[in-house]
Design a protein around this ligand. Structure first.
Ligand code: G3P
Ligand code: CA
Length: 243
């Protein structure tokens, strides 16, 4: 059985403000196999790294990302909400994170946050950035918007694409085939060993999110998932090594 990989959710967000360069750097230093991050698009087409559609929860900005230009956002702080506050963390662009990944051997799971807000042209812009950094081999594109994934599968049939979902699918591998993705990122509660094995037999990898508790990590390691997406990569690494 292959080793289960560890993906740091929004970077090493267990110990640093989510989706910041600090959290991504810590994930690299912790030896995570991958970084999961969320992206949105500004009104003038910049792909920026943030979880929410709106700026208030984690930044000093206000309003919707789609209604702001990059010039309006480049100075917002992203770590002051954190306890204790972290100063000087600016809103990362996808280009900055690609550059960090390119300099290391870490993978990126870029989640397109286009399920609540429409970002026309976002798929093409993300693809162009990944290509600019020659990172196609080390990137997984995921989304809860399965129409967007279908579009990506037509644009880039050979890329790693993953459908995010938080329900129980009857035949997950068949659904993956139908929408043109080669892996699934389900909520961890819907994952069991039989489902993992059946998907694997059909060439569909399973990377559940967001798995932080020891009991759940152990269960999913035993089920043989391809990767675990976690806020605490150190916990998963320790349990994968020593049980
Ligand atoms: O990619 C898995 C997970 O990040 C999806 O949920 O809300 O944390 O982006 P969320
Ligand atoms: Ca995410």
């Amino acid at each position: 059985m292959k080793r289960t990989k560890v993906f740091a959710h929004r970077g090493f967000s267990g110990i640093a403000p989510e989706n910041t360069m600090a959290a991504f750097q810590l994930a690299v230093e912790a030896g995570a196999d991958g970084i999961e991050l969320d992206v949105h698009m500004t009104g003038d087409g910049e792909i920026v790294v943030l979880h929410d559609e709106q700026l208030e929860r984690t930044t000093t900005g206000t309003g919707w990302v789609k209604d702001r230009t990059w010039a309006e956002l480049e100075a917002v702080e992203c770590g002051l909400w954190y306890v204790p506050p972290v100063k000087g963390e600016r809103l990362p662009t996808l280009a900055q994170v690609l550059e960090l990944a390119w300099e290391t051997d870490i993978c990126l799971n870029i989640e397109l946050k286009n399920n609540w807000v429409a970002y026309p042209g976002m798929e093409e812009r993300v693809v162009a950035l990944v290509e600019r950094y020659h990172m196609a081999e080390r990137v997984i594109l995921s989304s809860f918007n399965h129409n967007s994934l279908k579009q990506l599968s037509l644009l880039k049939p050979s890329w790693s694409l993953a459908a995010l979902y938080d329900c129980k699918l009857v035949e997950p591998w068949q659904y993956a085939r139908l929408i043109g993705v080669n892996s699934l990122h389900p909520h961890y509660r819907s994952v069991d060993e039989e489902m993992v094995q059946t998907c694997q037999r059909h060439g569909i990898g399973i990377r559940p999110y967001t798995v932080d508790e020891e009991r759940d990590i152990k269960r999913l390691l035993a089920a043989g998932v391809e990767a675990i997406i976690t806020n605490h990569p150190d916990r998963v690494q320790k349990l994968a090594r020593h049980g």
